[in-house]
Design a binder for this molecule. Structure first.
Ligand code: HEM
Length: 392
């Protein structure tokens, strides 16, 4: 399928190393219609950069999330988005009405009420991670020593991973996101090891249920054990680097805006401002559909740019300024529509607890580098930091 429109914009659209906000997106929003780009695979794709257009894409039932469909934009660095044949239960790639079954089974586990019950455990985990950080002396890399372990340890507790296996679990999930020091083969092995481990864990919980997410999902009997394995894997992957990137970028932004430290209103503004999951919501048109004045043909790939929408002047005043005093809750950092992030209440709780605890317990925390020269990463899916040198 070829797109018969203007010159293609290079991909990825935000340059590796570029800090925030994404400068090019302001130009995209000014242009009529949509932006045409070509993926590293050579396939054409439409980029959507205006807030209203992004929400339209994410709610139009003629647009699919199924990576098995022809034309689906494969932006991933390794292997692409798994299809349901590869990992049953990978429901972010399943369209309604079948998607509803997964969503209904999981929503009670991530409700505001349920996450409130997990808060003491999140606090305990964050405290342990701060203990670890402080044990390293007076400086460290905040990404590898704190931001990555926090979400991994929290979700493994929620899933009911036994304490003795946490280290295995954390090291394998870290391998998956550590693109700088691991090879594609090593990441493939880590995925297989995790899938095998989750399969075994499910069998253990089938014999002896605990007070955890896997046991409750088994009890509800809505999902098969194979589907549940894929669901657990999705929860691990979807919530790891995304949350870690937000934690690290948030520390940088809050240290530059210290008047907002300790104010929980900063959390949603940080999510909007950084928009780490910029290229996460991938779609393909199933029928011809008009978006922002552009006809997208059936079979053409579409990428709603999350950071584009969240920095749209028509939806946020002074969008490139960090201002937690604004009403930011309508941001699309978690997507929009039926696939909107399942983990958002968990993320908010983690970020609130992380910032309150970290800045209270390490009041002299400072970035140990020139902020403009930090190693920002943008490798085609998520925006974040490779490393964040800090001292205290
Ligand atoms: C979906 C962002 C953390 C689980 C999504 C989507 C976005 C997103 C943009 C929509 C994808 C789409 O429409 O195709 C984020 C961000 C996070 C975060 C920015 C951290 C700051 C988490 C966490 C979990 C999680 C902690 C769970 C432990 C999921 C799941 C989906 C999803 C399961 C798929 C939902 C569905 O298809 O119904 N996330 N996420 N996410 N997220 Fe998150």
């Amino acid at each position: 399928m070829t797109l018969s429109e203007p010159e293609a914009t290079e991909f990825p659209v935000r340059l590796p190393g570029e800090s925030f906000p994404p400068l090019q997106y302001a130009d995209f929003r000014e242009q009529p219609g949509l932006i045409r780009s070509t993926l590293p695979t050579g396939s054409p794709v439409w980029l959507v950069s205006r807030y209203e257009d992004v929400r339209t894409v994410l709610t139009d039932r003629r647009i699919s999330s199924d990576p098995a469909r022809e034309g689906f934009p494969n932006v991933a660095r390794t292997g692409g988005v798994p299809t349901r044949d590869q990992i049953p239960g990978w429901f972010v790639g399943i369209d309604p009405p079948e998607h509803d079954r997964f969503r209904k089974a999981l929503i009670p586990e991530f409700s505001v009420r349920r996450i409130r019950q997990w808060r003491p455990l999140i606090q305990e985990t964050v405290d342990r991670c701060v203990d670890h950080l402080l044990s390293l002396g007076d400086s460290a890399d905040l990404v590898s020593e704190f931001a990555l372990p926090v979400p991994s340890l929290v979700i493994s507790t929620m899933l009911g991973v036994p304490f003795v296996d946490r280290e295995f679990f954390e090291s394998r999930t870290k391998t998956l996101v550590n693109l700088k020091t691991t090879t594609e083969d090593e990441r493939g092995v880590a995925v297989q090891e995790l899938l095998r481990y989750i399969g075994r864990l499910i069998k253990v919980k089938q014999r002896r249920a605990g007070d955890d997410l896997i046991s409750r999902l088994l009890e509800s009997a809505v999902l098969s054990p194979e589907e549940l394995t894929g669901v657990v894997m999705l929860l691990l992957i979807a919530g790891h680097e995304t949350t870690a990137n937000n934690i690290a970028l948030g520390v940088v932004t809050l240290l530059s805006n210290p008047q907002w430290i300790g104010d929980d209103r900063a959390v949603d503004e940080l999510l909007r401002y950084h928009s780490v999951a910029d290229l996460v919501a991938l779609r393909v048109a199933v029928e011809d559909v008009e978006i922002g004045g552009q006809v997208v043909r059936a079979g053409e790939g579409i990428i709603p740019l999350i950071a584009g929408a969240n920095h749209d002047l028509n939806s946020f005043d002074r969008p490139d300024e960090f201002d937690p005093g604004r009403a930011a809750r309508h941001h699309v950092a978690f997507g929009y529509g039926v696939h909107q992030c399942l983990g958002q209440n968990l993320v908010r709780a983690e970020m609130e607890i992380v910032y309150q605890t970290l800045f209270r317990r390490v009041p002299t925390l400072a970035v140990d580098a020139d902020v403009t020269a930090l190693p920002f990463k943008y490798d085609g899916t998520l925006f974040g930091l490779h490393e964040l040198p800090v001292r205290w």
